[in-house]
Design a protein around this ligand. Structure first.
Ligand SMILES: [Zn+2]
Length: 391
């Protein structure tokens, strides 16, 4: 007998129904859960999957606790619990942190579409992206029992599979492909072929980021709450910048002139066009690292407009930011500082919390969506469709 496995969203690898366990809010359970998350955060930084407290010296324990934001709670729980990964204890109360995610925030998980082929309608119009109802790997295109489709590659039915996706994730995919939300504008037959090529057992063969919930059943892993926060809920960025950013980031700082102290800088002999060409291949955090190593690069990237362009180029998934930049006056911000601040807060991270969780989830989902968009255009070009311009 073959065990039952869940299937997951083709775009985010998330669960397709909101059967998520929200953990208890009792102080003891909160403490135990957060202690576990804290220990895993620490072990991940060391490149280990799990943390074994048995191997820990007192010095290591002090160093670990000092690196944690909720030091006091963790220290308290550390004295009462042993292994971080034992799931057997019912008192552990696994599930999401109730202060990070509420049941009401999970409704978006229930709104599921599927891309498929309506087998009883011949011709190119038979491809559909339509609301579907999920039951044990089977999707119902309509309430008619005859219209049943299996998801992904494993099927007892002769019909081609469907690919389930959250409605919100489909909007993100549409933006990655077309630049706007226009699901009807996507060539479904092309997208279907792209997905079919990548079909795995319960999702697509894509990089969905550092999340581990998609197991045989969906696991509500403490520390991965951001992965179930709605990625398309709009963020009031202007308000966050007023209340949060302005209070923590000082105004633009003048760069120090260190040119006279540099002994050797290989970038000094390169033409400025070449430097900008190289920078075009680097993500922002690599440019920050390079700035520390090269005075020339630091000077070339000290222009405020350079960082405004990088905000536009590097954060296409942050449409609230794009709208904000289009309206904001030049000189209103130190864009380099803004880049650093937003890049850090929107980075999908185990154990993250706060107002940017949804946008971080969107940024995570943008990865597989842009991979699909690239393959979509490759396929269109291969078909010689001259009308299509790659974004
Ligand atoms: Zn999804």
């Amino acid at each position: 007998m073959v065990a039952n496995f869940n299937v997951y969203c083709a775009l985010c690898s998330g669960c397709l129904v909101s059967f998520c366990d929200i953990g208890s809010s009792s102080p003891r359970h909160l403490t135990i859960r957060r202690a576990r998350v804290a220990r895993r955060t620490y072990s991940r930084r060391r490149g280990e999957l799990y943390y074994e407290t048995d191997d820990e010296s007192e010095e290591e324990k002090v160093a670990r606790l000092e690196a944690l934001p909720w030091l006091r709670e963790v220290a308290e729980a550390d004295d009462n619990s042993s292994d971080t990964d034992s799931i057997g204890d019912p008192e552990d109360d696994l599930g999401y942190d109730p202060e990070l995610v509420a049941d009401s925030e999970l409704m978006w998980l229930n709104e599921v579409f599927a891309l498929g082929i309506a087998h009883r309608e011949p011709g190119p119009r038979r491809y559909f992206i339509s609301e579907c109802f999920y039951y044990d790997r089977v999707y119902h295109y309509d309430p008619d029992e005859q219209s049943r489709y299996f998801a992904y590659g494993v099927s007892d039915l002769p019909d081609p599979p469907v690919f389930p996706m959250h409605a919100g994730c489909v909007d993100i995919l549409s933006r990655a492909i077309l630049g706007v939300v226009d699901v009807a504008g996507i060539r479904k037959e092309v997208l279907y072929d792209v997905m079919h090529e990548l079909a795995d057992f319960c999702r697509l063969d894509l990089k969905y980021g550092d999340i581990t919930g998609a197991d045989q059943d969906w696991q509500c892993v403490p520390g991965e709450e951001y992965s179930v926060i709605c990625p398309t809920d709009p963020l009031d960025l202007a308000e966050l910048l007023r209340s949060n950013y302005a209070a923590n980031i000082p105004g633009a700082q003048k760069s120090l002139d260190l040119g006279g102290k540099v002994i050797r800088d290989p970038f000094r002999i390169l033409p400025i066009e070449m430097i900008h060409h190289i920078l075009g291949y680097l993500p922002g955090e690599s440019i920050f690292a390079l700035n520390k190593a090269s005075c020339t690069v630091n000077t070339r990237t000290s222009n405020n407009q350079f960082w405004k362009r990088r905000l536009v180029q590097d954060m296409p998934w942050f449409w609230e930011l794009q709208a904000y930049l289009a309206e904001s006056q030049d000189g209103a911000h130190d864009y380099k500082a803004l880049y650093m601040w937003l890049d850090r807060r929107t980075k999908p991270m185990y154990a993250m919390s706060g107002a940017f969780m949804g946008v971080a989830n969107r940024r995570r989902i943008w990865g597989p969506c842009s991979e699909l968009a690239g393959r979509y255009y490759d396929r269109l070009h291969a078909e010689g469709d001259g009308r299509v311009l790659s974004l």
